[in-house]
Design a protein around this ligand. Structure first.
Ligand SMILES: [Cu+2]
Length: 477
């Protein structure tokens, strides 16, 4: 069916991306992308440090990319040998000629921004699957109407008096897709102070997006200038979108009072911590008495709970998890049908995005096939989610038995997962009596596959060296 008289344009054919090649390519580029959502050491990892060390280092306002980056880009472009991309560039050139000067300026913006977007398609590191969705599906090259603030021009001069003092603030937008923690300058709202705004001076904020998602940043109670190519006629907005790996400068001058909320308007990001309170350091509005700032802050640091149940013919396994930004409570239990059981509860404290320390209690049946005796130990350990997505867990219990666990899940085909798990625990007899031997080792491993049936259910099959072959259901809730 066709509505209207407009000319028809065929949908663009997009080649199937070679994900393996893209991954290789990304691995070669030694870019640190995605600044941490939780920087850990705030003194060392200042906003300027984050800006320098993460991200694409593209300066959209100056209209040029950082040289180092550009070199890598062009090199990789060549290696890709991507026909599709060539075509786009040719087309770009043609469009420019036809549109003349005016069009050229506008075209040149999205073009610069498109390079990294393509490259990002096979983003390396921790956030790969989500990223792909956000960037590669959107072809910036051919969409000249791609949202661009340079299209907006104020009707009159919006500049402030030139002699006003200017307070420059750098706000890097940061986040971690794996944990879904979003923050500013690597610090979520719940762990920071208000940003002081002084009346009588211009507040100029550089929003530098170090994530692979768009963040429409919104400031309550103010209109700010979005500095663009229209100079003194830069438009006034209360919300500005900051595209992935790009920078937007805003400024405002207001004689307001009290506190004003500034946040990403993707509410999931706001709830994940991507927000700040701007404060004029004057008393808050009386009417806000029942809404203390703490209430807002708590909103952005909720506990979320989820679980996983593996119900199998050989053994069953249950995971329960409850976590906010810094803290996590976990339960893991496995049991078979012959009275063998192991359960562990732990409390984890995140030091940064990938590392957590934990304490826990582990209990397991110490006589095979019987619930008669249990060995219960307290333990302390560290978990690390590594690049290439391995979970590493090293701990020692109060019987001085070190333990290492490794696991990895791999999406092999759409809906089809491969998983592997390995655990080794040694006992050197420092506490326990292990007889004449110098040490005893205990290994447990599992390889398995699962196929996603629905949001909550998968079917699974696995081999566990303790429980043998088996299969059944996997439920997520
Ligand atoms: Cu956001």
């Amino acid at each position: 069916m066709r509505l209207g008289q407009g000319s028809l344009y065929p949908a663009k054919r997009i080649e199937r991306p070679d994900k393996v090649a893209m991954m290789k390519q990304m691995a070669k580029m030694d870019m640190k992308m995605g600044a941490p959502a939780m920087v850990g050491n705030k003194k060392k990892k200042t906003p300027e440090f984050l800006k320098e060390n993460y991200g694409m280092k593209m300066d959209m306002k100056d209209g040029q990319m950082n040289m180092g980056m550009q070199d890598k880009m062009s090199m990789n472009k060549g290696e890709m040998g991507d026909n599709m991309k060539m075509d786009d560039h040719k087309q770009m050139k043609m469009d420019k000629k036809m549109d003349g000067m005016a069009g050229m300026k506008k075209d040149s913006m999205p073009m610069k921004s498109t390079e990294p977007s393509h490259m990002m398609g096979g983003h390396m590191g921790h956030d790969m699957p989500m990223m792909q969705k956000d960037t590669s599906s959107f072809d910036y090259d051919t969409r000249k109407t791609y949202f661009n603030y340079d299209f907006l021009k104020a009707k009159e001069n919006t500049t402030y008096k030139a002699d006003l003092p200017v307070n420059d603030i750098l706000l890097n937008l940061t986040g971690n897709m794996q944990r879904y923690v979003w923050s500013i300058n690597g610090v979520p709202l719940s762990e920071t102070d208000k940003i002081k705004i002084r009346g009588g001076e211009v507040t100029r904020i550089t929003l530098n997006n170090l994530t692979m998602m768009h963040h429409p940043m919104h400031l309550h109670g103010h209109y700010f200038r979005v500095i663009n190519e229209n100079g003194e006629r830069s438009p006034l907005k209360h919300t500005v979108n900051v595209p992935p790996m790009q920078k937007v400068v805003i400024e405002f001058y207001n004689e307001e009072y009290g506190d004003w909320f500034f946040h990403c308007h993707i509410l999931y990001h706001m709830m994940g911590g991507m927000a700040r309170v701007f404060s004029y350091d004057t008393p808050r509005d009386e009417r806000m008495k029942n809404f203390p700032v703490q209430k807002l802050i708590d909103e952005t640091d909720h506990y979320y709970s989820w679980g996983l149940l593996r119900a199998g013919s050989n053994f069953n396994e249950l995971f329960l998890m409850s976590s906010n930004i810094r803290n996590e409570f976990g339960l893991r239990a496995e049991f078979d049908y012959n009275k063998n059981l192991e359960a562990e509860v732990n409390y984890n404290r995140y030091l940064n995005d990938w590392v957590r320390l934990y304490v826990g209690v582990n209990t397991e049946t110490s006589t095979p096939d019987s619930y008669d005796t249990f060995n219960t130990v307290g333990l302390i350990g560290v978990k690390y989610f590594t690049p290439y997505r391995f979970n590493v867990d090293v701990s020692v219990d109060h019987q001085l038995r070190p333990r290492i666990r490794l696991d990895r899940e791999l999406l092999l085909f759409p809906r089809f997962f491969l998983e592997g798990e390995y655990e080794y625990r040694a006992d050197f007899g420092w506490v326990n009596d292990i007889g004449d031997t110098s040490y005893q080792g205990e290994t447990q491993w599992l390889v398995g596959t699962s196929y996603i049936l629905s949001r909550n259910f998968s079917i699974q099959a696995n081999y566990n060296n303790r429980y043998g072959w088996g299969g059944g259901l996997l439920a997520r809730f």
